[in-house]
Design a protein around this ligand. Structure first.
Ligand SMILES: [Zn+2]
Length: 406
């Protein structure tokens, strides 16, 4: 069945447009004047969008951890190492409290704010069933971690098993199997090499946490800082398994998603941009873990805003994240920042996860989030800002042309 929707504004890769409607089934069939579409599709069902409506492509949250959805107050915030130690200490409790219901709630929260695609970092494979059932498109990032050469083979085999299980879900569901390398300090270069090769061979999205904390940078550069004690105590290790340059070069020629990147240098950020990588920018997570602020004003690499998991955040609502980003990047010109944020959760997010969602154009998937502003907004330049500050939940969501939230 074909539907025609005629909102006040449509957010397209060229910006906000007025006076146009969209005809869609599973895909966007045409974008034209309401009159032309009525003629072309006289049988189509039409939708009343209400006052001051804006139709966005479904939003994309490129980085979250569903498997940590049970956390509320168990973890220690404010300092990265203290947080990490609390994760290790509380892991069994958090996993013990985790069931499908808890993770489904996370998916629902994302749906209610218009997230129609998300990137789930899966450490244990416990979230696969939930990801198979959720209406959203999921980029299922099977995570590989392990710096001890004695155990990397076993860990890699376990990772391959999980990767293959997610591959089996591919045809029947909206799941895209993908690969996540945990981080440079925690993953042996032999494994990094293998995982990157696998991503290239299978043409899957690829992601890694990168220079999230100052401690990580100090450890990789000089085997010093807060990680020194940590590696000695937990892994009986005195020096890092790689350095920043060596780690980065593994990804050359294969645009990937680098998560956080807070403690990158200007040169490294330029390198990331040159290689076509995208930064997953998680401002609330970075703030809560005492990591600092990623300088988006200095970044030539494109960024995609993301919530991270509930292990380092209080909600998976992308509007909460955008509002905090607006407050955190206090020197950025306001309207321009608002526009960059919307771009980051649509077209940039799509590019980072190698998806053709995230844009309203002919032939694209019919994934939409419909919002209504509380009053008329006369300046197009202000639409992004007012969308961000006035929206807690979106009004309706379509995924693949199907109404998923009413
Ligand atoms: Zn993460």
């Amino acid at each position: 069945m074909i539907t025609v929707i005629n909102p006040k504004y449509i957010y397209t890769p060229q910006g906000y447009v007025e006076g146009l409607a969209i005809a869609f089934d599973e895909y966007i069939l045409a974008i034209d004047t309401p009159k032309a579409l009525q003629k072309l599709y006289p049988e189509a069902k039409s939708i009343n969008t209400g006052e001051n409506s804006i139709l966005y492509p479904g939003f994309i949250n490129v980085h979250t951890h569903l498997e940590y959805s049970a956390n509320r107050t168990r973890l220690v915030y404010g300092d990265f190492l203290k947080w990490l130690e609390s994760v290790i200490k509380e892991r069994d409790n958090l996993i013990g409290q985790l069931d499908d219901k808890v993770m489904e709630q996370s998916c629902k929260e994302m749906l209610s704010c218009g997230i129609t695609s998300f990137g789930a970092i899966s450490t244990f494979g416990a979230d696969l069933e939930v990801c198979r059932k959720t209406p959203q498109r999921v980029t299922y990032f099977n995570e590989i971690i392990g710096s001890n050469p004695a155990s990397v083979d076993i860990l890699y085999q376990d990772f391959l098993k999980r990767f293959n299980a997610s591959k089996e879900s591919k045809s029947e569901d909206r799941i895209t199997p993908a690969i996540a390398i945990h981080a440079p300090h925690s993953t042996h270069p032999i494994v990094v090499k293998k995982a990157v090769k696998l991503a290239k061979d299978e043409n899957t999205p690829l992601s890694c946490h990168f220079l999230e904390s100052l401690a990580e940078r100090q450890w990789l550069e000089s085997a010093e800082g807060d990680f020194k004690e940590f590696f000695k105590n937990y892994l009986n290790s005195q020096k890092p398994v790689t350095n920043i340059k060596e780690f980065l070069e593994h990804f050359d020629g294969y645009p990937s998603l680098f998560v956080h990147a807070v403690h990158t240098t200007k040169n490294e950020r330029e390198y990331l941009a040159k290689q076509g990588h995208t930064i997953a920018h998680c401002p609330r997570s970075n703030r809560l873990l005492g990591s600092g602020r990623y300088p988006i004003e200095e970044s030539k690499a494109k960024f995609a805003l993301a919530t991270d998991g509930l292990s380092s955040n209080w909600s998976l609502n992308i509007f909460d994240e955008m509002r905090c980003a607006i407050m955190l990047h206090q020197k950025a010109p306001l309207q321009e920042l608002a526009n960059r944020l919307i771009e980051s959760i649509t077209i940039n997010g799509a590019k980072a996860i190698r998806s053709d969602a995230g844009r309203i154009q002919k032939g694209a998937v019919a994934d939409f989030a419909l919002i209504n502003l509380p009053q008329t907004c006369k300046n197009k330049e202000d639409l992004a800002l007012h969308t961000i500050i006035h929206t807690k939940e979106v009004n309706r969501v379509w995924i693949g042309g199907k109404l998923c939230k009413n």
